[in-house]
Design a protein around this ligand. Structure first.
Ligand code: GLA
Ligand code: ZN
Length: 677
């Protein structure tokens, strides 16, 4: 078992604490500790945005306040996660070192302000960050209360300054072995007379210039990830020098489009993320909102399958940046907190502990409101979550073991979203992957979500929706996986382009996958939003007719067996769903965007065939199982507003009230059940 924090024996409960805003109010700082203990808080994240207090003028440092606060927290049983302050800068720094500020895509340098406004190639900024991180790590790196380093904050975005352009050119030189012809070929620059003579002629993509070369756009995104990693690693190196045994993390965001987090995660000890779903909207059920949250949770869990992940931030009430900032309904905070633990988190943390009096986040929800009371609904919800997490503490370090995986690949997302093809409105790559996840969730099956270049060997069944881009080696990995007995299911839009976004010749799915699937696609039909087609299952033990929307591949079968045919249009009665035997395994191809019921039918038939046990759940219920040593921890999350009855996978003990449970169990509306067996 890998414990996230070697010195801690608890599930963490806490969050961002910004006491530097209250240094002139010792009474409030004192009250904070008292209330934290009442709320069963055992950790805080300090220093995320403290730079202008640490170093109010260049070279003048003030760390005593932090020491006093960390000491005091520790004396009261509360650990610290310490952030590096690079996510926001003091005004003096930007004035003196203007290259620290980002340049926007129109080529204009930002003014000082906001936060997360840094240029990651700026040597001046890197030097200032290195200095402040070194001082912090020297002073606090061995503090007994310190359990982890939090690098920067919600890293991201792009910069179009001269330095970033030069670094991008260097990145390309390196990638294309200094051979501009290779780059020209990879980017297909003969089209529209776009050939480059040398690397200096290349600008980053921008609305003022080039945005039409897919290969350029993709390499720019890859560069931005590499550049962010380089910045982050420079920070990690500093803190690791002083705290070699402490884990480092940085907080990821919901489906963040600009970075390949899978690559960043490899440089981190712990994956953490900030979870802010819009609960109880009129547009979707609470269940759907929670399953979308599961999608992120599973993505982050799957980045390090040998350890839990962290919820670094969430909110016990409302945020201030949604279009409508609805209060969290009664019971929802407990439900969503248990849900995050069920998905494999070992922490529940909030932004933030106490509301600040002013500025942008003054109305953002927090544990302590401007009221300053410890008897509010929100405070009581937090206290209850704290008590509950203490009852669940033994499951820290437990893991979810999945025999199935969904491939969701960030580079594929970039390539597919950028491709001028299909419909810009309905490609919906993340949503399609999420719909696949819902089928697994409905059947109570834990599934991993991995990028296409991860190891497939732990799985029996892999679903790869819309894998438009096949990175180098992915097609071979798929073939090996199926040849060795695995089952794969791919869909329309599979295997169009290689890692540089050049189309494969000789038929899609390309790179040799026509053999794996035993077919090629001759055309794809993009439907208008109001249009539908249908598929009718005719073979393979499945029956029924299902609706199809958005996309229909027109398929030419070679060795595959046809499972379903289209029911309308000029390709009526032609193959829509097929399966091909390949080596010891099977390769399913779903040529159309089939409705939920159809996908459920197909996927459950595969689960049955593969012997992956599943358990149909009542509407609105999600199930996960965490395992540790010989123990299994079953979680049922009832997101519906009615009581439900579920079938338990085995007899066990209710971890919250100690009751013995067996057979069936009733779960009240908006409540969850955690059983140890
Ligand atoms: C992000 C940031 C926090 C805070 C919250 C508000 O997650 O990391 O600093 O701004 O959003 O929801
Ligand atoms: Zn820059």
């Amino acid at each position: 078992m890998i414990k996230l924090f070697p010195t801690v024996d608890a599930i963490l409960h806490g969050g961002d604490y910004n006491p530097e805003q209250w240094l002139d109010r010792p009474d409030i700082l004192e009250e904070d500790i008292k209330y934290m203990k009442e709320a069963h808080i055992n950790v805080v994240t300090l220093g995320v945005f403290s730079w202008s207090i640490y170093e109010p003028v260049e070279g003048e440092y003030h760390f005593d306040w932090l020491k006093e606060i960390m000491d005091n927290l520790y004396a009261n049983g509360i650990y610290t996660i310490l952030a590096t302050p690079s996510g926001a800068r003091p005004a003096w720094l930007d004035r003196k070192y203007p290259t620290s500020m980002r340049t926007n895509s129109k080529g204009m340098r930002n003014l000082h302000g906001e936060r997360h406004n840094q240029c990651m190639t700026s040597l001046a900024y890197r030097a200032k960050v290195c200095k402040i991180d070194t001082l912090l790590a020297e002073k606090f790196g061995k503090h007994p209360g310190l359990i982890a380093w939090h690098i920067s904050n919600e890293m991201g975005s792009e910069c179009w300054c001269d330095s970033c352009r030069v670094q991008f050119q260097n990145y390309l030189r390196d990638k294309y072995n200094n051979n501009i012809d290779d780059l020209n070929k990879a980017w297909w620059t003969t089209f529209w007379s776009h050939k480059f003579n040398n690397f200096e002629q290349i600008d980053p993509p921008s609305p003022r210039g080039e945005r039409s070369i897919h290969g350029l756009n993709l390499d720019w995104k890859r560069f931005t990830t590499a550049n962010t990693i380089s910045f982050m690693k420079a920070e990690i190196d500093v803190v690791k020098h002083y705290s070699p045994d402490l884990p480092v993390t940085t907080n990821f965001m919901h489906l963040y489009p600009l970075l390949d987090y899978n690559k960043m995660a490899k440089e981190l000890d712990i994956v953490s993320w900030d979870s802010y779903p819009r609960y109880n909207t009129p547009n979707e059920t609470l269940y759907d909102t929670i399953v979308s949250d599961t999608f992120d949770n599973v993505i982050y869990r799957s980045m390090k399958k040998d350890r839990p992940f962290m919820i670094m931030e969430s909110v016990p009430s409302l945020v201030n940046w949604h279009e409508f900032n609805k209060a969290k309904r009664p019971k929802v905070h407990m439900l969503t907190s248990i849900h995050s633990i069920a998905c494999g988190s070992d922490t529940i943390q909030y932004f933030q502990w106490r509301k600040g009096r002013g500025s942008y986040e003054q109305h953002h929800g927090a544990v302590i409101d401007h009221l300053g009371r410890n008897d509010t609904r929100v405070f009581n919800d937090v206290r209850e979550v704290g008590e509950t997490l203490e009852k669940l503490h033994e499951l820290q370090g437990s893991l979810i073991k999945s025999k199935a995986a969904i491939i969701y690949d960030q580079e594929n997302r970039w390539a597919l979203e950028d491709a001028a093809a299909f419909s810009s409105k309905t490609k919906k790559y993340p949503q399609t992957c999420m719909e696949m996840l819902k089928v697994f969730m409905k059947n109570g099956v834990d599934v991993d979500i991995i990028s296409s270049d991860e190891d497939y060997s732990d799985y029996d069944f892999i679903v790869a929706p819309q894998l438009y881009m096949l990175k180098e080696g992915v097609a071979d990995k798929m073939k090996i996986f199926v040849n060795n007995g695995g089952t794969i299911l791919a869909t329309y839009m599979t295997g169009y382009v290689d890692k540089t976004t050049l189309c494969f010749l000789g038929g899609f799915p390309g790179d040799g996958l026509t053999k794996l699937f035993g077919l090629y696609t001759e055309e794809i039909d993009t439907l208008y939003p109001k249009e539908v087609n249908g598929v009718k299952f005719i073979d393979g033990g499945l029956d029924g007719e299902y609706t199809v929307k958005d996309y229909c591949d027109i398929i030419k079968v070679q060795t595959a067996k046809v499972l379903a045919e289209y029911t309308a249009d000029f390709y009526k009665s032609s193959p829509a769903v097929t399966v091909n035997n390949y080596g010891e395994g099977k390769a399913y191809y779903v040529g159309a965007r089939i409705d939920k019921a159809g996908m459920d039918n197909l996927i459950t038939s595969i689960l049955e065939e593969k012997g992956i046990s599943y358990n149909k759940l009542p509407d609105g219920v999600e199930y996960h199982c965490r395992e540790l040593n010989d123990n299994k921890y079953d979680f049922f999350i009832n997101c519906s507003d009615t009581d439900v009855t579920v079938n338990l996978p085995g007899a066990g003990t209710n971890m919250i009230n100690g009751d013995k449970e067996e057979g069936e169990a009733v779960i009240k509306a908006l409540e969850s059940l955690v059983i140890k067996r």
